[in-house]
Design a binder for this molecule. Structure first.
Ligand SMILES: [Zn+2]
Length: 70
């Protein structure tokens, strides 16, 4: 597992993505770096909102794996 991948919940969320330390979105990784993305403006739907809430409740807002090197 490459550095930066967020720890998954039992259901697999966020599915190999990493937490962006700037906008707190879950972002795909490429070569262990966050891919370009639009700043997070809110969950896409209720399921996404619930999954995000569950993840942050479980893993918190200061996940050390969110460190970005670029
Ligand atoms: Zn971001």
């Amino acid at each position: 597992m490459p550095a930066g991948v967020a720890a998954p919940l039992p259901d697999g969320f966020p599915h190999g993505r990493a937490v962006c330390p700037v906008c707190w979105d879950f972002v795909d990784l490429e070569n262990d770096a966050l891919t370009d993305h639009d700043a997070f403006t809110g969950p896409s739907d209720e399921q996404d909102a619930a999954a995000r809430a569950a993840w942050f409740n479980t893993h918190g807002w200061a996940d050390e794996t969110a460190t970005v090197s670029d």
